[in-house]
Design a binder for this molecule. Structure first.
Ligand code: KG4
Ligand code: ZN
Length: 401
C-alpha cells in the first residue's frame, strides 16, 4: 500500500477523536478517511455545558483506546503512519494539553514528524475534503468559509496558494455568543436537554417562524453600535469599515424577555419535570423522542423556537452573502456543529443557487468536532514540510487569519 498516511488527534473541547486519513495526490485536497473515531463525553450533560476539568480527565481516559480503535479500523500499522497531526488551539487549555502531550510522545516514539493544526482550519477542511473532486477542483477560490459551532461563529476568506497550501483571512466573527451557544442557552431557558441546538432545529419545524418578529436590526444594532465591538476592532488594527461581524446575545435576551412578558416560566418548569419523568431530559432528537417531546410543548413556545431559528439563520445567511459579494468569493463553505441545522442549510443553499455560486456542507459526522478534519488540514502542511517543533504547546486563544 502506498503511504501518505496522517494520524490526526483532536481534543480541544468535549470530543476525544483520532483519525487516519490518506492524502490522495499532490493537489492537496483529495483525502480518503480510513477511520474517524469520536468519543463524545457524556458527563457534561448533567451540568448543561462543558466542564473544563472533567473534559481533561475524560480525554486522558479515552485517548489511548480511541487511538487503538482508529488505527485498527484503518487497517494500518503504526509504522505505516507518515505524520502525527494534532489540534494546537483554540480550545480548552487542559483539554488541548492532553492531545498535544500524547501526540508529541507518540510522534517521538514512532520517529515521525508532528504537525500542528488550528482547529478552525480543521473545520474548513472538513468541507474541502468532501467537496473535491467537485466544483472546488475548478480553481483556487477565494471561498467564503463560515465556521459556526458552539464555540465559534467566524467568517474567513480562504484561498488556495500556488503551492497548494491554504491562506485565510478573518473577515468577520461574532462579537459575543457563538450561534450554537445562543441555541444552547435558549434551549436551556425553554427546558430542553443539552446540547439544545439539534432539539431547537427539530422543534422549529412545528412552529410558525413569523409569529414573533425578532428583527435582524435587533441583532445587528448591538454589533455595530456597541463599545466592546469598536474596541475589539481597534485592538485588531482593523481599519476596514466593511467587517462582517455578528451578534447573538441580543436575540437570546429578547427570547428571555418574551418568555417573561408572556408568563411562560410555570409552563417551562413543569415541562422540564415532565421531560425528566419521561426519561427525555438526556435524550437526543430522533423521530420517537421528538414526537414524545412535542406532546409537552404548547404552540406559542413552538412559534417562539421557530422565530428564534429564523432570526439566527437569517442573520448568518445575510452576513455570509454580504461578505461573499463584497470579496467576490467564488463559492461558499459551511462547517461546524450548527452547519447541521436544516433551516440554515435550506437558506444558504437557496441563496447560493440564486447567485449561481457553488456551496458545500460537510456530512453531519464531519460537521461536529472530529480528528479526520485535523488530519485533512495537516495534509497540505505535510506536503509543504511544515512541521511543528517538539516544544509545541497548547494555544487556547489561537486565531486563524
Ligand atoms: O462543532 P461542534 O460539535 O462543537 C463546538 O462547539 O466546537 O458544535 C456543537 C454546537 C452546539 O452548540 C450544538 O447545539 C450545535 O452545534 N448544533 C446545532 C445543530 N446541531 C448541532 N445547532 C443548531 N441546529 C442543529 N441542527
Ligand atoms: Zn469545533
Amino acid at each position: 500500500m502506498p503511504g501518505n498516511l496522517i494520524l490526526g488527534i483532536e481534543t480541544s473541547c468535549d470530543e476525544t477523536s483520532v483519525a487516519v486519513v490518506r492524502g490522495g495526490s499532490a493537489r492537496g485536497q483529495e483525502i480518503e478517511v480510513l477511520s474517524n473515531v469520536v468519543a463524545s463525553q457524556l458527563v457534561h450533560s448533567d451540568y448543561g455545558g462543558v466542564v473544563p476539568e472533567l473534559a481533561s480527565r475524560e480525554h486522558l481516559r479515552a485517548i489511548l483506546p480511541v487511538l487503538r480503535e482508529a488505527v485498527a479500523r484503518a487497517g494500518v500499522a503504526y509504522a505505516d503512519l507518515d505524520a502525527v497531526a494534532v489540534t494546537e488551539g483554540p480550545g480548552l487549555a487542559g483539554a488541548l494539553l492532553v492531545g498535544i502531550t500524547f501526540a508529541k510522545a507518540f510522534a517521538f516514539g514512532l520517529d515521525k514528524p508532528l504537525i500542528a493544526v488550528n482547529h478552525l482550519e480543521g473545520h474548513i477542511h472538513a468541507v474541502l475534503m468532501q467537496a473535491t473532486p467537485g466544483p472546488w477542483a475548478l480553481g483556487p477560490g477565494p471561498f467564503l468559509a463560515l465556521v459556526v459551532s458552539g464555540g465559534h461563529t467566524h467568517l474567513y476568506l480562504a484561498t488556495r496558494t500556488s503551492q497548494d497550501t491554504w491562506q485565510y483571512r478573518n473577515v468577520g466573527k461574532t462579537l459575543d455568543d457563538a450561534a450554537g451557544e445562543a441555541y444552547d442557552k435558549v434551549a436551556k431557558l425553554l427546558g430542553l436537554p443539552y446540547p439544545g441546538g439539534p432539539w431547537m432545529d427539530a422543534l422549529a419545524a412545528h412552529g410558525d417562524a413569523s409569529a414573533v418578529p425578532f428583527r435582524f436590526a435587533q441583532i445587528k444594532s448591538k454589533a455595530t453600535g456597541n463599545r466592546a465591538a469598536k474596541l475589539s476592532r481597534e485592538a485588531e488594527g482593523w481599519q476596514d469599515a466593511t467587517r462582517f461581524d455578528l451578534s447573538f446575545s441580543g436575540i437570546k435576551t429578547a427570547v428571555r424577555r418574551y418568555a417573561e412578558l408572556n408568563a411562560m416560566q410555570p409552563a417551562i418548569a413543569s415541562r422540564g419535570e415532565a421531560l425528566r419523568a419521561a426519561g427525555l431530559d438526556k435524550a437526543k432528537p430522533s423521530e420517537e423522542t421528538v414526537a414524545a417531546t412535542l406532546a409537552h410543548f404548547d404552540q406559542r413556545t413552538l412559534d417562539l423556537i421557530a422565530s428564534f431559528q429564523a432570526s439566527v439563520t437569517g442573520s448568518l445567511t445575510r452576513t455570509l452573502f454580504a461578505a461573499t459579494e463584497h470579496f467576490g468569493a467564488r463559492g461558499v463553505l459551511v462547517s461546524g456543529g450548527v452547519a447541521a441545522n436544516r433551516e440554515l442549510r435550506r437558506r444558504i443553499t437557496s441563496e447560493a443557487a440564486q447567485r449561481g455560486l457553488p456551496v458545500a456542507f460537510p456530512t453531519v459526522a464531519l460537521s461536529t468536532d472530529n480528528a479526520a478534519m485535523i488530519a485533512a488540514a495537516a495534509w497540505p502542511k505535510f506536503l509543504a514540510r511544515d512541521f511543528a517543533p517538539d516544544t509545541l504547546e497548547p494555544t487556547p486563544q489561537l486565531r486563524l487569519g
